[in-house]
Design a protein around this ligand. Sequence first.
Ligand SMILES: Nc1nc2c(c(=O)[nH]1)N[C@H]1C(S)=C(S)[C@@H](COP(=O)(O)OP(=O)(O)OC[C@H]3O[C@@H](n4cnc5c(N)ncnc54)[C@H](O)[C@@H]3O)O[C@H]1N2
Ligand code: MOO
Length: 409
Amino acid sequence: MKDFLKVVSTDNVMDYLSCFSKMGTEHISINNVFNRILGEDIFSDNNLPGFKRATMDGYAINAGSSFGASESNPAYLIIKGSILMGQVPDFSIGPGEAARISTGGMLPEGADSVVMIEHTEMLDNTNIEVYKSVAPGQHIVDKGEDFKKGEKILCKGRRINAPEIGLLGAYGRDMVKVYKKPKIAIISTGDEIVPINQVPKMGQVRDINTYTLAGLVTGAGAEPSILGIVRDDYNSLLDKCTDALNNTDMVLLSGGSSMGMRDFTLEIISALPKSEVLVHGVSISPGKPTILAKSGEKAVWGLPGHVVSAMIVFKTLVRPFVEYISGLMPEYARILKLPAKLSRNLSSAQGRVDYVRVRVIKKQDGFWAEPVLGKSGLLNTIIKADGLVEIGLNVEGLDKGEDVEVIVL
Ligand SMILES: Nc1nc2c(c(=O)[nH]1)N[C@H]1C(S)=C(S)[C@@H](COP(=O)(O)OP(=O)(O)OC[C@H]3O[C@@H](n4cnc5c(N)ncnc54)[C@H](O)[C@@H]3O)O[C@H]1N2
Ligand code: MOO
């Protein structure tokens, strides 16, 4: 019986991560760094904030001046002056004194806290009553309380989201060293596949994988390069793949990864320059006929043609490789998992990892994962799903009510 030469586990596939080169780096404007991967460690060259700041509108005081104050027994303080925003106070305060201050203003020498304006009463222009005591450090942020001078504030290999952009801005980094964004070639193969702007004739289908894969590539922070549909013709596919390898950083082929009569993918991948087929067959379902090859320093994937299989293989196998060459450190690869209970029994064959599409339903007792069963060529099974439940390699199945983790799609 004809079968795949060697089916390997997903862990075995991940062992090949380090075979591939990471992207180089470039300096780009902070305006364009969202979702990019940081290409250097960033150290704090100053305390943040650089001075003691008020976090409430009111009066900067020495906390001791307010101790014991209450509605019935207020503390009486003398206003020494007002602090202007963005200015260094040109006076200090002592016990029994206060300075008008706004949120964000710099505390004067001698002040260690702020009493909120609503807990005070102005008696006249220079005297106030304080009805509530404050503790030292209350309603202020101290110098260096956010980040201290000299500490590492962001690590190389971290994805830059809005908070990281804020921190880069806080340290005046208008140009940022990031990894270059990988360009990922997407090629669909098959004589029956037609472009989406064509009405398919009987026996033909529109090209779905180009679009699902482009979305997934973009979601992984890389740039899709759509190279269209190639017929099941050795030379056309070889030329297209060679072209893809010359112009992009990774190649995704879909269709033709199985053992059909006209499945050229493996043959063509093997014929690419400095090519080595690392994997042909993975013990997952769907997605068994996946191919991973190395051509020079670049990964070439043969993804199963079935539309859902291609997406699941991307999510579970390809994405970590895209992230790896993008420079993302594994500790920053966020896979969102939702704890839930399984709504029905699920069987599975031992010796392979099953990814079951599930809908997540919120009930009074928590989240329930309801399997959406169906064939891996049917889009509706993933359209209706919110996530995947993994059934492990040596697990025969899962029982109704069992705790599972839903990998959010
Ligand atoms: N005898 C066997 N047959 C198959 C096996 C097997 O083990 N023994 N494995 C099955 C599994 S599992 C999968 S998955 C598919 C994978 O097939 P290929 O990767 O070779 O892909 P194709 O045969 O070209 O296509 C499969 C299916 O998907 C449709 N397709 C392909 N590309 C697209 C696209 N861009 N957009 C929309 N639909 C696409 C194609 O028309 C086929 O229907 O093999 C099984 N067979
Ligand atoms: O494993 Mo195929 O990848 O079922 O559909």
